[in-house]
Design a protein around this ligand. Sequence first.
Ligand code: PNW
Length: 442
Amino acid sequence: MRSQFEDNFLFGAATSAYQIEGATSTDGRGPSIWDSFCAKQGTIVDKSSGDIACDHYNRLGSDVGLMKELGLSAYRFSIAWPRIQATGQGAANPKGLAFYDRLLDQLLGLGITPYTTLYHWDLPLALGEKGGWENRDTAERFADYAHCVSKHFGDRIANWATFNEPRCAAFVGHLEGRHAPGLKSLKATLAAAHHMLLAHGLGVQAMRGNTKTKLGIVLDMKPYHAIDDDPANELAARHGDTIFNHWFADPIFGKGYPVEVVEAFGDAMPLIQDTDFKTIAQPIDSLGINYYTRNLTRANHKLPYPHAEEVKNPAARYSDMGWEVFPAGLTEILTRIHQRYNLPDYYIAENGGAFPDKANEDNFVNDADRIYYMEQHLQAIAKAKAQGVPVSAYMAWSLLDNFEWGLGYTKRFGIVRVDYQNQTRTPKASAHWYRDFINGKA
Ligand code: PNW
């Protein structure tokens, strides 16, 4: 199957700063909204936080060594904004920059291509206290941060994403309340979403002159499929799909917000200034897509708009997150997105599953479910490529078991097991399989 991908197709793994680094008050890192969210009662199921996580901050060298052993040709990580600007503004913290300099030196030294995300949800708390993403000024602060890191790291980062999943940060953080800052307001959600989009556009503008490498964004996507052809179910699926997959992508690619949904959101819509859509629609070079599952949908009018209730498919496999394993949805998303936006380059920025990993005495995990998951999704990508979609890289989520946000350490997404008692890393069967696959042996 390796032969269905070009020789220079990149196979890597992804992580994010708050989920693995730990060292949350080391070397001048300021607090983020996630530190304060975790400290509140009842927010994280196992009452944990990212304070230590995988202690990656102190284990950089061996973690990059592990990537090399696994044969990875790329690594996607995020930069913690509060390490660079403790309060979200002002001069860059040299120790924060130095940490990522060391990471880049090691990656480049071993021939591993760095992909970076500037915002994977860890907003400096000082900005959170001034209204966070509901405050339009946060977009200006982000642009300043983007300028500062792109000037410093320049062409050493091959591919830059402004945001990881603004949809998730806006909706799960401001509507569902399961993520920081823990709000439950549609108005707050849509304001946060708009200001993140604006921040993306301003960020790309700020970075353009500082690097010749690729600029873009990472969006989470999944198809919504009606459970049957009942028009009510089809309508709920269509609106659910539009919000999930196009609310962010349409403005980024110059189409503004989808009109049907704007009407439905009515009074909850944020203030939009005249030039906003022009700012948001900066040309980008590369789109990262995070794909995990689909949504099988039935209309339920007891639920708020889009009245879409997710239902189970009795015939399907599910991951430990309760997410249906649905590889065909990745081919569908790639071909649909390419048809609608026609971009020059896509990469899969995250794909993977949490599976109930039972370790043996040696911490080894025989995660056949994860191997099946990865194999099927790689095949789904090959199918999309055969239909002409220019996909250039695949990042497994995740390199390491890590802090799974509101679910703490109860879900394990890694291809490498982490024993949180002693921070031992043990590659799971999937990591061995992935290395063989990359080398054309699986
Ligand atoms: C990702 N969905 O979000 C995040 O980027 C990671 O930080 C996180 O650890 C990972 O998922 C696993 O949860 C998702 O709609 C967003 O299926 C949306 C979906 C799944 C994951």
